[in-house]
Design a protein around this ligand. Structure first.
Ligand code: CA
Length: 336
């Protein structure tokens, strides 16, 4: 019934009005791309044609999603503005309560994955304020909109839509009900479907890896994500470089790629004196930030790069680093 009603609506509304109207039935099941997608889900993964058609037909195009993905905070803000969003007394206070509440599970995650509890908690804090804001869009709406109505990333999100249906089937979750961010990221740690399938773990032993509503599974899954991306236990993440050490530095030493292309020795030769216990052959990248009180230079190491594997932004990694430090201060737990 709903399907017929939405088809009727889309016939009555001029296509050009969709973007003004916000949510709208795009009837993705009847588009050329949608039909190919349905065929693939049936032939490659054995889905029931009627079922997958129904899910796609019920997906709404959301113009707000396209607006959001077109201007992510990581691309439009400087560090001062970005920091103001994520580093707040409330986020620190709630994080300490979260660490206390799940103390035993954090002990277990540190032992099993070798990842600091403060980093795991900071990721969950930056992503969703410890599960408070894990997304208001239906994932099927978000991923369908981006897969079929956002050409710049359609290939990626079409893949995520496929992964999403597979993940829902594997975890016995209803794809019509799951909610997430505008980019289809779900749960405490905002895993996109492919990450869910690769890195989510059942950390409380109930047989299901549920990172959407189970904070214990989320803690283990973030730890596992970091371990799989080669977090080095106890290694330094980044350190502030005094201004006088970078005042006359060759600009080429501020490398562009998130992946460090130089080593500590290159920076030592240029006059930078790291205080962290790092060897000359350790990978490093010098990053310049626009902070509230002027520019800051940071020498970042391998573990900083690992944080950017979670979200491809050095501002994101800085926020996680600073929040993890705030969570560790005056804490009973060991600083690692
Ligand atoms: Ca579980």
């Amino acid at each position: 019934m709903f399907q017929r009603f939405t088809r009727l609506m889309s016939a009555l509304v001029l296509p050009g009005l969709f973007s003004l109207a916000g949510p709208a039935s795009a009837n993705y099941a009847e588009t050329a791309q949608g039909k190919v997608f349905i065929d693939e889900m049936v032939s490659a993964h054995g889905y029931d044609r009627e079922q997958i058609t129904r899910w796609l037909a019920d997906a709404s195009k959301q113009s707000a999603i396209i607006d959001s993905i077109s201007k992510p905070a990581e691309k439009t803000l400087n560090w001062a503005d970005y920091r103001r969003i994520f580093i707040t007394p409330a986020r620190t206070e709630k994080g300490k309560a979260f660490l206390e509440r799940y103390e035993k599970e954090f002990d277990r995650a540190e032992a099993e994955f070798g990842v600091s509890r403060y980093v795991i908690a900071a990721i969950i804090g930056v992503e969703t304020q410890y599960g408070e804001y894990s997304g208001r869009y239906r994932v099927v709406d978000a991923l369908s909109t981006l897969a079929f109505d956002y050409p710049p990333r359609s290939r990626f999100f079409r893949g995520q839509l496929e992964q999403f249906f597979l993940m829902a089937r594997e975890q016995s979750l209803d794809p019509a009900e799951l909610k997430g961010s505008y980019a289809g990221a779900m749960g405490f740690g905002q895993f996109i479907p492919s990450s869910y399938r690769h890195y989510a773990v059942d950390f409380d032993g109930d047989g299901v890896a549920d990172i959407v509503s189970n904070p214990v599974d989320a803690i283990g899954s973030v730890g596992n994500y970091f371990a799989k991306h080669r977090w080095v236990k106890g290694a330094p993440v980044a350190e502030r470089v005094p201004d006088e050490q970078t005042a006359t530095l060759d600009p080429a030493l501020f490398t562009r790629s998130l992946k460090p292309s130089l080593v500590v020795g290159d920076y030592r030769k240029a006059g930078i004196k790291p205080v962290s216990p790092v060897e000359d052959d350790n990978r490093a990248r010098l990053v310049r930030l626009q902070a509230e009180d002027g520019q800051q230079d940071w020498l970042t190491y391998h573990n900083f790069y690992v944080i950017t594997r979670y979200n491809h932004s050095h501002l994101y990694a800085m926020a996680v680093l600073e929040l993890s430090g705030a969570l560790a201060s005056d804490s009973d737990g060991p600083e690692t």
